[in-house]
Design a binder for this molecule. Sequence first.
Ligand SMILES: Cc1ncc(COP(=O)(O)O)c(C=O)c1O
Length: 417
Amino acid sequence: MQRLTRFDAEALDDSDPLTRWRSEFDLDGPGPIYLDGNSLGRPPAAVRRALSEGAEAWASELVGGWSHWIDLPLTVGDRLGRLLGAGPGQVAVCDSTTVNLYKLAYAAVASLPGRTSIVGDAADFPTDRYVLEGIASTFGRELRLVEGDLAEGLDARVLAKAVDASTALVCLSHVNYRSAARLDLPAVTEIAHRHGALTLWDLCHSGGALPIGLDEAGADLAVGCTYKYLNSGPGAPGYLYVNRALQGKLLQPVWGWFGQRDQFAMAPGYDPADGIRAYLAGSPPILGLMAVDAAVGVTEAAGVDKLWTKSQALTALLVRLVEERLRPLGARLASPASPDRRGAHVSVAHADAWRWCRALIDRRLVIPDFRVPDVIRLGPAPLYTTFAECFDAIERMEAVLTGGLSDDPPGAMPRVP
Ligand SMILES: Cc1ncc(COP(=O)(O)O)c(C=O)c1O
């Protein structure tokens, strides 16, 4: 097979139906190539507008604004839910992913008191493992963290062996943060249900990036963030999904006034509201919610199916370029080889990955990110990343390795790598 050329990448850009969305992002000027949309998405113009309009609304409406801001967690939740394949009344935008994970994992484990184990992924994002560790400790449950291949992800058959009649909860990331290994969400949900366990999905790396179909899969619970592929801004609120069939049966542990049936009655005891509202806790971050609303509007208008189609083409291009240009220089693919098992980013492992990543950033060539121990993640965002940028990024990565990294001091790992 002939090596890919820049001309091939440009041809893909020429037939890309999503090119017009690039103008929604302020991308003038040469600058480094941004390939970190899987960590923090770029700001769409609509989101910048929403944030400044939000600040104006705060100044003009003052406390009166709460009369219509108060329901934003649920109205924005319904809108976001459509992107996740969730019918209305099942998604709320609130708190961080970590806090939502805690609320739902706690509620799930408490709802099945006779069951003694919780199943997770040993290679999952730290917050997921830590939250499960804390909940297992609180309830005196056994935490079974299943080991898988770091690049290929969990093997469904190995996972299936860890789930049995003692399992209360199976809590996994749909797409792994380091490798982008993607689990078959309906199939794993089915395995859990066969044993009477509940599922809790972390959608941080799939929400807004690919079609998920939560209702269709019969998923029980899910959480995710809005600052990666959904471009809502640093620290924008997360979201949670509780299948309608479980609402009212699962009691979350943070008994705050936003989950109270009659919030302003200031009643002496806690009486949870009906429906998804019961999973709220305290005052929602209104400016963040306005950003999420606008950002979801952008993804909705572009179409998540189209975004996923382009994303798969972008990552396929990257994978081929990694094989052609970086493997001969000692790098290797650290994501699943099969597109059927991959999410929306591509990881590359190299013995000197940290220094390589620093050189790319310090020399203003490419902005990827580094994950311990030896992985550089390349996260193209189909709303604004071009195929030519992916080609150029790999060429720059190749040039840095070819030129040698020896002049770049390894540097101590900063607080944020
Ligand atoms: C898969 C996954 N889960 C959870 C989190 C934590 O999210 P937060 O810090 O918003 O709680 C992240 C953050 O990047 C993540 O990638």
